[in-house]
Ligand binder design. Structure first.
Ligand code: DGL
Length: 275
């Protein structure tokens, strides 16, 4: 009998989740993974709650159909706008034993420890920032941390279209980075609260004082997952371990493969999937 595979699902609206998957695979290489990018409908960042929720739920269902017992929403926008409804309303009905986790909690649990002076900034999509999910979640762990936010609606399209090295991009990167620092000039730690943003770290750093630390989420999410699997041995034992990683996109795989290495650090071969 062929043993059914139960990979860990990793989902993003497009390519950004690859920056998270890369760190997860480095930390937990034994597990099987399926990555799904909803490139045909990205970006999610400026879409309504309802749309992000329905798109995300469809993708989670697809990952469940492919054997995933555990799915990570490696997308802040989906984590902010869809995760709680999926966990509380959908999972009990469609798959009570499966689990869906996001990226906001593992980031919020740690962020207060990374700041020296208690002043933190969040850069994210309009959807993430307007949901105030980070403010609510960080408050639970670090009630005294001062958190300021800035939405950067142009950044994902510029990154997805590989326009990050031109002066047009610099204009928008400077605009939002400076706007965040104006909200709180004492900020010493900034969360890149969008999984696409690690690609523009250098460009953002140009507009920051030297003492300001930029925090990418990949390592935090990978550590969070490691910890989750340790605390949930029943889930860890369900997830299969052949060290295989598969990639799916809702758009043309040749587009995906051409861009993906910028995010994943190595070339990949994806397959198309219909929702
Ligand atoms: N990568 C996603 C995030 O972390 C957003 C990209 C998008 O706007 O689709 O928020």
């Amino acid at each position: 009998m062929i043993k059914q595979k139960h990979p860990i699902g990793v989902f993003d609206s497009g390519y950004g989740g690859l920056t998270i998957l890369k760190e997860i695979v480095a930390k937990l290489p034994a597990y099987d993974y399926i990555y799904l990018g909803d490139n045909a409908r990205a970006p999610y960042g400026s879409r309504s709650y309802d749309t992000v929720y329905h798109y995300t739920l469809e993708c989670v269902n697809l990952l469940f159909e492919r054997g995933c017992e555990l799915v990570i929403l490696a997308c802040n926008t989906a984590s902010a706008k869809a995760l709680r409804t999926i966990q509380q309303k959908d999972l009990p009905k469609i798959a009570p034993h499966k689990r869906v986790l996001g990226v906001i909690r593992p980031t919020s649990e740690i962020i207060g420890h990374l700041s020296n002076n208690g002043h933190t900034g969040i850069l994210g999509t309009a959807g993430t920032v307007n949901s105030e999910s980070y403010l609510l979640e960080i408050e639970k762990f670090f009630p005294h941390l001062k958190v300021s936010q800035e939405a950067c609606p142009m950044w994902v399209p510029l990154i997805e279209n590989n326009q990050i090295d031109n002066p047009g991009s610099d204009y928008f990167i400077e605009l939002h980075t400076k706007a965040l620092l104006q909200k709180d000039p004492q900020i010493d730690t900034i969360v890149l609260a969008c999984t696409h943003y690690p690609l523009i770290v250098k460009a953002i750093q140009k507009y920051l004082p030297e003492n300001v630390k930029l925090v990418a989420q990949g390592p935090l999410v990978a550590n969070g997952l490691h910890d989750y699997l340790r605390r949930h041995p029943e889930m860890a034992s369900l997830c299969t371990r052949n060290g295989e990683v598969e990639f799916f996109t809702t758009d043309d795989p040749s587009f995906f493969d051409a861009a993906a290495s910028r995010f994943y650090g190595q070339s990949i071969q994806s397959k198309h999937v219909h929702l």
